[in-house]
Design a binder for this molecule. Structure first.
Ligand code: SF4
Length: 165
């Protein structure tokens, strides 16, 4: 069983995208290398902000934190999603837990040259805690949550696994 301290950004991202995806990931299913969309994401990531040093918080690993204590995350998609925002919120939460007074997060979307700034508030902190509880709830499920509608699975690295029938 996963411990709350072991919950990282990937768990939070999957929680918001699909609980079945989270459940599979928690059980060690790792089909990411099969998926072209994920490879594209890694390529965008690797060629952007190459001078930034990732920050390792144990389970959570974020792109970088600037001198004003804002978390920066580089994304391969066109615009922000609830999953992106939840992940950034989680990183701010983790930073606060280790004594870094993170002000919030800036999400960068180089493909569309957009950015989104998220201020870290008490409400955001409470939501980050609720998200961790939801990951633990999902981990405790004896059977996998149901699939999403097929249209919501586009680009998911678990598509082959979930839709082999
Ligand atoms: S393929 Fe669809 S149902 Fe399966 S994990 Fe991905 S999003 Fe969820």
């Amino acid at each position: 069983m996963i411990d709350s301290e072991d919950i990282g950004g990937t768990h939070i991202k999957y929680l918001y995208h699909c609980r079945r995806q989270l459940w599979l990931f928690l059980r060690g299913v790792r089909p990411e290398h099969l998926n072209a969309a994920v490879q594209m994401g890694e390529a965008v990531h690797d060629t952007t902000y190459t001078r930034a040093t990732p920050v390792d918080l144990g389970a959570a690993r974020l792109d970088f934190v600037d001198g004003q204590k804002w978390v920066h995350e580089v994304k391969s998609s066109n615009r922000s999603t609830p999953a992106d925002e939840a992940q950034a919120r989680h990183y701010c939460y983790r930073l606060h837990r280790v004594g870094v007074d993170a002000k919030g997060a800036v999400l960068h979307y180089p493909k569309t040259r957009r950015t989104k700034k998220l201020v870290y508030t008490e409400q955001a902190s409470a939501q980050a805690e609720a998200d961790i509880a939801a990951v633990l709830e999902t981990a405790a499920l004896a059977v996998s949550p149901p699939r999403l509608a097929r249209s919501a699975c586009r680009g998911c690295s678990f598509t082959d696994y979930c839709w082999m029938d």
